[in-house]
Each structure stands twice: as structure tokens, then as C-alpha cells.
Design a protein around this ligand. Structure first.
Ligand SMILES: NC(=O)c1ccc[n+]([C@@H]2O[C@H](COP(=O)([O-])OP(=O)(O)OC[C@H]3O[C@@H](n4cnc5c(N)ncnc54)[C@H](O)[C@@H]3O)[C@@H](O)[C@H]2O)c1
Length: 93
């Protein structure tokens, strides 16, 4: 289901670059999939600690890394995201 396209009921109104952490997991992958369906550009950062690479939707750029790693700062600035959805994290037990 498109997330942004129906905001004003007249089709897509945003062209956004969105960084989604944890998009090899349950919530992040669904969010990233919807954003891509909606035509947004998506960068995924996931360390695959619990996620699965095949859940990262086709069409997303994927960097396998911890979201807090200093090594990915260049990739984040290069992508120049308009928004960040931080879904990467460990579930409480
Ligand atoms: N699923 C729910 O019902 C629910 C409800 C409330 C809160 N949450 C929280 O939302 C977050 C996502 O939930 P989920 O169900 O999608 O979990 P999930 O385990 O399916 O997905 C989490 C993803 O984050 C990745 N990840 C973990 N640590 C990371 C790190 N440091 N850097 C990059 N990637 C990292 C994992 O590899 C995985 O792909 C969790 O923090 C969870 O506690 C989930």
C-alpha cells in the first residue's frame, strides 16, 4: 500500500530519499517495500544480526553494517537522506 502517494488523493507528491535501518527485519522491510512501491529512493542499513538479506526489498540500496558504525557515515552523507526511519534494533526478551 503506498504511504505517501495518497496524502492528497492525487498521486505521488514527494520524491524523497529515505534511509531505513533494520529493513532486513519485520517492520523495516515492510516499510521499505511500501516506500519503494511509492517511488521513493531507499537506502537500507542492516547488520543482519536477526534480519535476513532476502527480506531487503529489490530496488533498495543495501549496506550491511551496524547503524551506529562510524564506517557508514560517508555512505549516509553521500545518500543525502530527506528522512530516516530507524527500525533497526533488538527486541526485548
Ligand atoms: N514487531 C513488533 O511488534 C514491535 C513492537 C514494538 C517495538 N518493536 C521494536 O521495533 C524494532 C524492529 O522490530 P522488528 O519486529 O522489525 O524486529 P526484527 O528483529 O524483525 O528486525 C530488526 C532488524 O534490525 C537489524 N538490526 C539490529 N540491530 C542493528 C544495528 N545495530 N544496526 C543495523 N541493523 C540492526 C536486524 O538485523 C533486523 O533486520 C525493534 O527494536 C523492536 O523492539 C517491534
Amino acid at each position: 500500500m503506498p504511504l505517501c502517494g495518497g496524502v492528497r488523493g492525487k498521486g505521488k507528491i514527494f520524491d524523497m530519499k529515505i534511509l531505513v535501518t533494520g529493513a532486513a527485519g519485520f517492520i523495516g522491510s515492510k516499510l521499505a517495500e511500501s516506500l519503494i512501491e511509492d517511488g521513493q529512493e531507499v537506502l537500507v542499513i542492516d547488520n543482519l544480526s536477526t534480519g535476513k538479506k532476502d527480506r531487503v526489498p529489490a530496488g533498495a540500496r543495501f549496506v550491511e553494517s551496524c547503524a551506529s558504525s562510524p564506517e557508514i557515515i560517508d555512505a549516509i552523507f553521500e545518500f543525502n537522506a530527506d528522512a530516516i526511519a530507524h527500525c533497526g534494533g533488538a527486541k526485548q526478551r
